[in-house]
Design a protein around this ligand. Structure first.
Ligand SMILES: NC(=O)c1ccc[n+]([C@@H]2O[C@H](COP(=O)([O-])OP(=O)(O)OC[C@H]3O[C@@H](n4cnc5c(N)ncnc54)[C@H](O)[C@@H]3O)[C@@H](O)[C@H]2O)c1
Length: 391
């Protein structure tokens, strides 16, 4: 066997980049797709020359080896568990599940069945994440003592057509965006062992300004939109971790790390490319662009962005290709269910600490994933068919 047959469940917003990129990675073959909204599945199926079918039929198909779960977070557990019970490997969009116990049940089920469970984010495997990891492993900044992580903006209501769920329990900047930052930090520093946090709601009401049928709709905010946390890692490193949708503008880089020998700025963990900035002790910042490395070339821009915003590297499905390669070669994969479960536990602990006013200890402690070398990453990518790359 040199190819893993993929069935995609969930054909909404994020599915476009998955369908496009799955065709561009080695070891993956698109076989079928499903969605509760059959017309959404049919549209993707027609575009990619595959079959659209009900979820149960997709899970019953003997020729499908791996299910990619791109449904909404509330459906992640049900779809992933059903796929594992049907004997399929699973790769899920983030978060692994909404609640920690369900995430643990998925990890246990996969391990008991000898199946692979993977989960986004896989951005840390992109060119920017790999460059940062190599520099850390080579000791470029020495032992990491502390750092900062910032995701701050003014929310989602100006671009998302139906942003209500972002402001209700289960939404908020932690559950939606922290997986990218936590995945990257754990990949660089190792697991988190304790968190402490405060949170608030900056604007009790939001008004949808996106150009959509919901424009003008008022949303009552019911989940914290500013969360300030302190993370203590098992290594002893301490990181200030701020996620907010209440900020109009700021000047903080996404992630800065301070080591015994120097400092490092890690590229935006929501993307696969970017530049690492490095100083040795108190020297000047040195910029090292990952744009020339495999899976670092900018290839995508959001239709929601203003014209002056730069295009970015978006190689989503890289963790999926790594998982497929691991299935084919019997090696470990990197964006694992265990890593995603740790990220999920940390996110819930942050919210729990903010609500209760006490530090919260973290029980899970996964190993850092093995580093992905540039040559291995290059081998996974065969490139987009010409028609798709021109689109
Ligand atoms: N949209 C983005 O930019 C983005 C980026 C990164 C990650 N994600 C993640 O991807 C996932 C999907 O997000 P989205 O924006 O594509 O959402 P979406 O609402 O646009 O699409 C989700 C699709 O899943 C289908 N669905 C829901 N429950 C289902 C079920 N039980 N069985 C079959 N189909 C079901 C829905 O009908 C819908 O078409 C989320 O976990 C989100 O966090 C989204």
């Amino acid at each position: 066997m040199d190819t893993v047959n993929v069935g995609v469940v969930g054909c909404g917003n994020i599915s476009g980049i998955y369908f496009q990129n799955i065709a561009a990675y080695r070891g993956l073959r698109l076989a079928a797709c499903a969605d509760l909204r059959h017309e959404a599945a049919r549209a993707q199926a027609e575009r990619y020359g595959i079959d659209a079918m009900p979820v149960e039929d997709l899970l019953a198909r003997a020729d499908i080896d791996l299910v990619v779960n791109l449904t909404v977070p509330g459906a992640h557990f049900g779809v992933s568990m059903a796929a594992l019970r049907a004997g399929k490997h699973v790769f899920s969009e983030k978060p692994l599940t909404v609640d920690v116990e369900q995430g643990r049940a998925l990890v246990d089920e996969a391990e008991a069945r000898g199946l692979r469970l993977g989960c986004a984010p896989d951005t840390f495997l992109g060119a920017g994440g790999r460059l940062a990891r190599r520099l850390v492993d080579e000791g470029a900044v020495g032992r990491i003592l502390s750092g900062t992580a910032f995701l701050m903006s003014h929310g989602m209501e100006h671009w998302h057509p139906d942003p209500e769920f972002f402001f209700k329990p289960g939404g908020g900047p932690i559950l939606d965006m922290a997986p990218y930052y936590l995945g990257t930090l754990v990949n660089l520093i190792g697991p988190v062992r304790r968190v402490s946090a405060m949170a608030g709601i900056g604007f009790p009401e939001r008004v949808v300004t996106a150009d959509s049928p919901r424009r003008g709709h008022r949303i009552t905010v019911e989940t914290p939109t500013t969360v300030m946390a302190l993370l203590e890692f098992a290594s002893g490193a301490q990181v200030t971790f701020c996620m907010s949708w209440d900020v109009w503008k700021h000047g903080h880089p996404p992630i800065e790390l301070y080591g015994t020998e120097g400092s490092m700025r890690v590229p935006d963990p929501n993307f696969f490319g970017g530049a690492v900035e490095l100083t040795e002790r108190g020297g000047d910042w040195r910029t090292m662009d990952a744009g020339g490395l495999p899976l670092g070339v900018p290839n995508w821009r959001s239709p929601a962005w203003p014209a002056e915003a730069p295009s970015r590297a978006n190689y989503r499905a890289l963790g999926l290709a790594d998982l497929a390669s691991a299935v084919l070669h019997g090696t470990p994969h990197r964006s694992t269910g265990r890593l995603a479960l740790h990220v999920l536990e940390v996110m819930h602990a942050i919210l729990e600490s903010a609500a209760g006013g006490q530090p919260v200890a973290i029980a899970t402690a996964p190993e850092r994933p093995a580093a992905l070398e540039d040559a291995e990453a290059a081998k996974l990518w065969k490139g987009l068919p010409e028609a798709a790359s021109a689109a």
